[in-house]
Design a protein around this ligand. Structure first.
Ligand code: NOJ
Length: 521
């Protein structure tokens, strides 16, 4: 095997490694996960009632999308009280019970902190907008005229500036107009937001996913140069400002006030790995950052190889730890993006869960779900993301475990692609995810071994994870021909996307559209 990259970030023994480096993190989007009170919207008790399932699957940590008090203009990403639970999801007591239950099972819980903006119904904004002299007057970004040519996201083509009567001024909103941007230049805002982190860490949460964290520093007086592009994309993915790093270091110090490896993973939505890695700082900013260049790569071996190697080449010199994500609540599910076949979804699962770094699994990808088809009259999200937020089908029954219906339609194939049905079939994609998670636990080299990728130019991605005593080869065959590896003949296969006879010795052949993880003899 020809190595074109040695990744030696991971020299420490597994027991020295913090949890957020070895964990598989599972994203729960609470509205669509599990409904305990039958109002058609998932809730915290619903999440708690499914912890057995998550434990059976083998996840180490949960990232819980926002459950804070919210008018739900952006389904929880418009927060009106950071220190309370929205009644639709339950209560603070439910949250405490969830934290406790996760911990008693050895699972970590990360919340989704939304620092760039609040809801326009947050008492801070209500006060701020009331006149120009109130104590919160400067907690948001107010100007007499729009200060730049920025566009908002979620509503393509809309200015990021909204005129507001009482102050006779404009306020900035990089997302919906119901989501005014906080003014992080004001130290009182920074301190208040730090306190919201402490509030939850005092209650025991293990860390935070930080929503659009690269936006907490802005150069308001600078126009976006390419206005046509900015109009399409919104300003967010263009915002990359030095002051943000100082603010991230301050946030890191707040996390470090607490024992127990409280961790951050930032949504740094910059589609350039070189820029994204800056947000790890010198190990003193984010613990982890999402990597959207990888998420958006085509399902194509050369494209994926390039993104993986580029990512690692930027992270490695900093000793920064990678993350790998294929789906979340904002993008079409990856099985769909990759052409719709279950074969591709299976090969992708092997890739996601064997690359060096922390993988994030979005609820339902373990069922091989694609997006729901949402008829126009049922569309609720102004950003067009309802399809990937469809409720999880738990059973094969007509109601799929949502007795009084649900806020969005189910994904296609829910009669077959539901937890109950797939749990019973050991050849299902659900069991593949479970096998991969078990393999990571049983073979720590898959979590923390060194990484080397074969130099190839075909449709097959081949890499090895080396733990010192044992070496594992991962073969992802995206092509249409099967491929034989002579040196793997007789090797132990840990995981395979195609069913194999458990008693037959491995012939070293990896069929088209399939993947294996094998111990190198
Ligand atoms: C990113 C979140 O993932 C998305 O759902 C939300 O709409 C925006 N940030 C604004 O908070």
């Amino acid at each position: 095997m020809q190595n074109d990259m040695q990744n030696d970030m991971q020299k420490t023994m597994p027991h020295d490694i913090p949890w957020w480096q070895t964990a598989v993190v599972y994203q729960v989007y609470p509205r669509s996960f599990s409904d305990s009170n039958f109002d058609g919207i998932g809730d915290l008790e619903g999440v708690r009632s499914r912890l057995d399932y998550l434990q059976w699957l083998g996840v180490d940590a949960i990232w819980l999308s926002p459950m804070f008090r919210s008018p739900m203009a952006d389904f929880g990403y418009d927060v009106s009280d950071y220190c309370d639970v929205d009644p639709v999801f339950g209560s603070l007591a439910d949250m405490d019970a969830l934290i406790q239950d996760c911990h008693s099972r050895g699972m970590k819980l990360m919340l989704d902190w939304v620092p760039n903006h609040t809801s326009d119904e947050h008492p801070w904004f209500v006060e701020s907008r009331s006149d120009r002299t109130n104590p919160k007057a400067d907690w948001y970004v107010w100007r007499d005229e729009p200060a730049n040519n920025w566009f908002a996201e979620l509503t393509t083509g809309q200015s990021a500036w909204q005129f507001d009567e009482p102050r006779n001024q404009y306020y900035l909103h990089l997302f919906l107009r119901q989501q005014p941007d906080l003014n992080w230049d004001n130290p009182e805002v920074e301190m208040a937001m730090h306190d919201t982190l402490r509030f939850w860490m005092d209650r025991g949460v293990d860390g935070f996913r930080m929503d659009v964290i690269h936006l907490i520093g802005k150069e308001i007086d600078r126009n976006d140069p390419d206005e046509a592009f900015a109009k399409q994309q919104g300003h967010g993915s263009l915002n990359d400002v030095a002051i943000t790093h100082e603010r991230l270091r301050a946030i890191r110090r707040v996390l470090d006030e607490y024992e127990g490896d409280r961790a951050s993973v930032g949504e740094v939505y910059l589609l350039d790995e070189a820029k994204m890695v800056e947000y790890y700082g010198a190990g003193d900013e984010l613990h982890l950052s999402f990597n959207f260049s990888f998420l958006w790569a085509r399902w194509d071996a050369p494209a994926l190889r390039t993104r993986i190697l580029t990512t690692l080449s930027h992270l490695q010199p900093r000793g920064a730890w990678p993350t790998w994500v294929l789906s979340n609540h904002d993008v079409p599910r990856h099985r769909q993006r990759y052409g719709g076949t279950e074969e591709a979804a299976r090969v992708a699962a092997v890739m996601l869960l064997t690359l060096p770094g922390t993988p994030f699994v979005y609820q339902g990808e373990e069922l091989g779900l694609i997006d729901a088809v949402v008829p126009p009259e049922q569309v609720v999200d102004p950003g067009g993301r309802d399809g990937c937020r469809a409720p999880i089908p738990w059973t094969a029954d007509a109601d799929h475990g949502w007795p009084l219906g649900s806020w969005l339609p189910f994904p296609p194939e829910a009669d077959d692609r539901n937890v109950g049905t797939l749990q019973q079939n050991t050849d299902s994609i659900l069991h593949l995810y479970r096998n991969l998670l078990q393999a990571r636990r049983g073979h720590p080299a898959l979590q923390s071994g060194t990484f080397s990728m074969s130099d190839r130019d075909d449709d097959v991605i081949v890499y090895e994870r080396d733990g010192g005593e044992r070496r594992y080869r991962v073969v992802l065959n995206l092509g249409s021909e099967s491929l034989a590896f002579d040196d793997l003949r007789g090797a132990t296969v840990l995981v395979s996307t195609v069913p194999r006879d458990a008693f037959a010795s491995f012939d070293g052949v990896v069929p088209a559209q399939s993947a294996v993880v094998a111990m190198v003899p």
